[in-house]
Design a protein around this ligand. Structure first.
Ligand code: FE
Length: 184
């Protein structure tokens, strides 16, 4: 009788080893469900604002670029010649986008990176404006326009993430204090 466990109304209902496996299956299922919930919570971490709300928190130039897909003039951006150690974040929502150690001088006139901080931080979309097919990059959290990605970057990726300075804000490594959003 050692192989059996549990009595209900005088009937043996579960063998001990069967109970163990049922418990194990339930535990694995529970953990899997928990992981899925966490994943969905992360994926659901989107920033959605009305047009007026974006205008309230962005400068007119930031709004033009982030929300209207504008482009700042070449060699005019704050972060082209910028060499601090830290993290570049989305100026619209603070999403961490690029590490400073992946920034390089592309001589294109815009801040350039060869890799995002993580693949899920940025989304790409096909941009057919101006009779040219390009790959637009947008913030995965708020949908803000960042710039474009081209296949003429340095190794190891061979990619050039060409980003408007006005789409970015910067957090220094030393104190992790967010720099004030530039009003340009
Ligand atoms: Fe964003």
């Amino acid at each position: 009788m050692d192989d059996y466990w549990g009595v209900c109304g005088g009937r043996i209902i579960v063998r001990r080893d069967v109970a163990f496996w049922l418990w194990l299956i339930w535990g694995v299922s529970f953990l899997a469900a928990t992981q899925n919930q966490e994943s969905e919570a992360h994926m659901g971490d989107k920033i959605v604002k009305t047009d007026k709300e974006w205008r309230d928190i962005l400068t007119p130039r930031q709004y033009d670029i982030l929300r209207e897909k504008g482009t700042e003039r070449a060699f005019s951006g704050h972060y082209i010649e910028y060499h601090e150690d830290g993290t570049y974040v989305c100026a619209g929502c603070g999403n961490e986008l690029f590490r400073s150690d992946t920034k390089y001088d592309s001589k294109s006139g815009w801040p350039s990176f060869w890799k995002p901080l993580a693949d899920d931080r940025i989304k790409t979309e096909t941009d057919r404006s101006f009779f040219v097919v390009r790959t637009e990059i947008v913030c995965a959290r708020c949908g803000g326009h960042l710039g474009h990605v081209f296949e003429d970057g340095p190794e190891p990726t061979g990619l050039r993430y060409c980003v408007n300075s006005l789409s970015l804000d910067f957090v220094k490594n030393a104190d992790e204090e967010k720099s004030s959003i530039r009003k340009e």
